[in-house]
Every structure is written in C-alpha cells, then in structure tokens.
Design a protein around this ligand. Structure first.
Ligand code: NAD
Length: 315
C-alpha cells in the first residue's frame, strides 16, 4: 500500500484527508508544526500506519522512508490566521512549497498542492473556470495569502516542467465540516457558534456577496481522485451551489432552531463579491461532483462536532 506524506495533516482539511487515506489502507506521515492546527484533530487516530512529525516546513526537512504521494496542505488558511501571520504565510507558500516539492522530487512521489479559489481574487468572470487568471490585489492585506498561493502554483509548474516532478494543483473553494475552529473567523463556524449561543449573527456588508460551500467529505474524495489521476494543470474542487451570506445565515438559523437575529458589520477589505466554481473539468477528468448539500452538511457538522466543540471557549 502507498505511503502518503500530508503537510498540514493536523489541520481541518488535512486531518480529514489523513482519516480517509488511512481508511483506504495507506500509510500516512503527517508533517505539521501545529501553527494553526491541533493535536486534538488527530488524537483519535490509533494505528501504527500513522505518524505525526512536528516540523516547520519553512526549514528544509527530510523523510527517510519511501514516499509515494505528497499532499501539500500546510498553510494558514483563514483570514484571521493569515492576517495575524503575514510573513509566515508568504514563507510557507514559498520556502515551504520549495522544500516540499524538493522532497517529492527526491522520492519520485506524485505531488499535490492545495491551492485556493482566492487565486481568482475578486473575480470578473462568473462562475470561475480554471482558465481565468484572476483579479487579485497584490498589496492589500489579503495579498499575502492570495499571492503566496499564486507563487506556489507557479513554483509547482516550474518543478513539473523543468525538474520532471509529477505534480497536481487543486483549487479548493470554501469547505466546511467538523473540526473547524469556532473562532477562526470563517462564515460557517462563526454563524454556527453565534446561532447555537442565540447571539446575533454577524453578516459582513449587506450579505449579498455569494459563496459556494463544499462539505469536507466531498472535497477529500475529489482531492484523492486528483492525486491518483495523471493530471497536471489546476482543477477546481468545490460545490457550485451558490448562496448569499444572508441565505447562509438564514439556513444556519433554521437548522439550529436558533432565536438569533442577523446584524450587519463593515465589509472587510478586498472581500470577493462572488465565488462559484466551474467544476466542468473535475466532472470531465475525475468524474467528480459533490453529493452533500448545504443543509445536510450543516446537520452533519453539528452532529459530528457536538455543540460544545462548535461553541468553543467563551470569549
Ligand atoms: P488549517 O489552518 O486548519 O490547516 C493548516 C495546517 O497547516 C495546520 O495544521 C497548521 O498547523 C499547518 N501549518 C501551517 N504552517 C506550517 C508550517 N510552517 N509547517 C508545518 N505545518 C504548518 O487550514 P485548512 O482549512 O485545513 O486548510 C488546509 C489547506 O487547504 C491550506 O493550504 C489552505 O490554503 C487550503 N484551502 C482551504 C480552504 C478551506 O475552505 N478550508 C479553501 C481553500 C484552500
């Protein structure tokens, strides 16, 4: 069975990916310095097919045993984290991606990088196909994340074209599910926390901006399909069902049976107005499409997390 190295394996998406790879009988080496992840995300894993290594991938790192797949997910991902860690975010995207691509090259492993829909910035095309080059503000506060990912994509293609590394790029659209941190600032954990505490739900702007939310199990299935394909160019993975933030808030109130009211706060700088993946390519080359709709995914998130975990420590 293959050995998979997962950077960021103690994070939200990474820990679900580790679970699924182990479930399929793979060996998993999780490299994570717990910068934004947590041991709590992997403490349920009890098998000698799993090992966690606490390395900061900004520094060179090595793995002695053979590696067949490298899933490179390590990076601050929520706005709260990358605005707090701007230089770290740029270094993870640059040095961290260099070191991880070098490791994949040495082991002749298939390499997959977790890129993001944020490479499209505030898009002028809707929905966003992979062929769209994006509309990103490089010097705004979000630029550290968006440009780190754009650089990491360029680096990945350079290792592929010049060094012959077998690479893949997944552009992940907003994903949610159990193990999101209640205070990480992203819309779904924030709304769930507020609704479950019957506190006001804070919607940015007038709530007319749109997002498309993918349940984590659908995303992990798509990522593994892409890693196990021979495809090299970027592929969008996300749920094309688009909701306004106001509709999301209303869905959360409905599912939780909350008495929360909706209040409006200032829109963050460079907040994209729309976000919707064109998943035609994923359908065509992977036969992939999401199966879990928003309300079902919200119910699963609540059931599997438990209310205590979603509400988190009092603030
Ligand atoms: P997360 O913050 O939960 O996970 C990131 C993990 O990377 C954490 O466990 C963190 O400790 C680790 N990490 C950070 N810097 C590191 C370093 N220098 N060395 C070693 N480990 C380090 O975030 P997530 O939501 O699970 O996102 C995972 C990946 O998916 C990221 O690359 C993110 O950009 C991408 N992504 C996520 C989403 C989403 O909706 N969750 C959307 C688009 C892209």
């Amino acid at each position: 069975m293959p050995t998979c190295l997962v950077t960021g394996g103690a994070g939200f998406l990474g820990s679900h990916l580790c679970d699924e790879l182990l479930c399929r009988g793979h060996r998993v080496i999780c490299v994570d310095n717990l910068e934004t992840g947590s041991l709590a995300n992997i403490e349920h894993i009890r098998t000698d097919q799993f090992v966690h290594v606490n390395n900061d991938i900004i520094e060179p790192y090595h793995v002695e045993e053979p590696v067949d797949f490298v899933y490179h997910l390590a990076s601050p991902a929520s706005p709260i984290d990358y605005l707090r860690l701007p230089l770290h975010t740029l270094k993870v995207g640059s040095y961290g991606t260099h070191h991880t691509l070098g490791l994949a090259k040495k082991h002749r492993a298939r390499f997959l990088i977790a890129s993001t829909s944020e490479v499209y910035g505030d898009p002028k095309i809707h929905p966003q196909p992979e062929s769209y080059w994006g509309h990103v503000n490089p010097i705004g506060p979000r630029g550290v994340y968006d440009e780190a990912k754009r650089y990491a994509e360029a680096l990945t293609m350079a290792y592929h074209r010049q060094q012959g590394v077998d690479t893949a790029i997944v552009r992940i659209f907003n994903t949610y599910g159990p193990r999101m941190r209640p205070h990480d600032g992203r819309a779904i954990p924030t709304f769930l926390r507020q609704a479950l505490q019957h506190r006001p739900i804070t919607v940015f702007g007038d709530g007319a901006q749109t997002r498309s939310f993918c349940y984590v199990d659908d995303l992990v299935r798509g990522i593994i399909l892409l890693a196990e394909s021979g495809y090299h160019d970027p592929v969008n993975i996300g749920n094309p069902n688009e909701f306004t933030l106001l509709e999301l808030a209303q869905a959360v109130i409905e599912i939780t049976g909350s008495g929360s009211e909706i209040v409006y706060e200032a829109l963050p700088t460079d907040d994209p107005q729309v976000r919707q993946p064109d998943i035609g390519l994923a359908r065509q080359i992977l036969g992939w499409e999401p199966e879990i709709e928003l309300r079902e995914g919200l119910r699963r998130t609540i059931d599997q997390s438990g209310i205590e975990a979603l509400v988190g420590a009092a603030r």
